[in-house]
Design a protein around this ligand. Sequence first.
Ligand SMILES: NC(=O)c1ccc[n+]([C@@H]2O[C@H](COP(=O)([O-])OP(=O)(O)OC[C@H]3O[C@@H](n4cnc5c(N)ncnc54)[C@H](O)[C@@H]3O)[C@@H](O)[C@H]2O)c1
Length: 364
Amino acid sequence: MTKTIRIGVIGMGSASESYIPHVRRLPLEGVPCEIVVSCDLRASQKARAEAHQIADFTTDPAEVIGRRDVDLVMILTAMPSHGPLALSALQAGKRVLLEKPMSIDLAEAREILKLSKTSAGNLVCAPHVALSPVYREIAQRIANGEIGRPLTARGLYGWAGPDWASWFYEPGGGPMFDLGVYNVTTLTGLLGPAKRVVALGTTALPERMIGDRKIKVDIEDNVHLLLEFDGGCIASIATGFTMQKYRTPGIEIYGSEGTVQMIGEDWGPQGFELWRNDRACWEVHELGGGWRWTDGIRDLIQSAQEGRKPVNAPDHAFHVLDVMSKCHESILTGRAVAIASTFTPLVFENRAARLAPHLDHAPS
Ligand SMILES: NC(=O)c1ccc[n+]([C@@H]2O[C@H](COP(=O)([O-])OP(=O)(O)OC[C@H]3O[C@@H](n4cnc5c(N)ncnc54)[C@H](O)[C@@H]3O)[C@@H](O)[C@H]2O)c1
């Protein structure tokens, strides 16, 4: 019989409202698991635990990590606490799901990465974009050479910005760690490790309202990042708490023989559009929106039950953090910065059966 994985949730804020319902659905989909305890430094978040009918609540994360009946710890806290909590959960031999970024400090992240290789527990770091069927299909199309050699690419993710917590606007927060991280993960996943970055960042809106409180913004809320890859390929990412709405693809990749554009954003993609010179038409692949951005938890649980490693190795999350840290360095110094870290991108099986495309545009 498959072992039921027992979960402790640390951080009962906004993100928990997406993860907890997802975990609740998993047993119905044949993945036995249960949440046995939740935790938040703020005692007022107990109301959320009660609303989700989680039996135990504590304000002490060490209590969750120390419990013998917890197999897996989900870390959904404000960003500055990710690193210390991940280190102590891995030290305790727990399986760990860590929201992004893996740490706000590269040296601490290096320790986490090292420990993840020797700890009894596995580490899965968000964002889980590479698990989405749309990402996998795009990765396969690129690997099959359907757009030729990738030459240039773009990523975009922004919105007006959170109004529920001030830490987003303090050092260790900001749109690159919160939003741009998805695009950096997707583009490095699809194009390989970045070699060099250069960036501009500004504080476009120096004051914000959090509830009825006015706060000073102490981060760049408006960032444009350029990344250089092997073979001369360049990508740009625009991210910020400075965008009200848009109708642009989240990810665009331009190759020597074609183009692929994601429909929707990489955290919740709806499909993709593909141009191939040899077919001279746009193919629209609507793959539906069933996939959830929280799905890394399913893979972590299943990897424990199946006695395998999770699909995503934390080396990728470390590289992404390296890129984001060097992005910040470039903003401060005005210089391009080399990236030393690397990782091996996932390779997906070549599926013989292709989804039939809906041809949207007549050949020109
Ligand atoms: N809000 C979303 O929709 C969303 C989506 C994807 C990812 N995330 C990620 O989830 C994480 C949390 O974001 P959020 O929007 O839920 O923030 P939030 O401020 O709403 O919630 C964070 C919660 O963590 C608690 N907390 C902080 N430090 C803690 C500690 N050391 N121990 C225990 N509890 C602690 C806070 O009291 C708060 O209740 C971030 O890393 C964010 O990037 C959020």
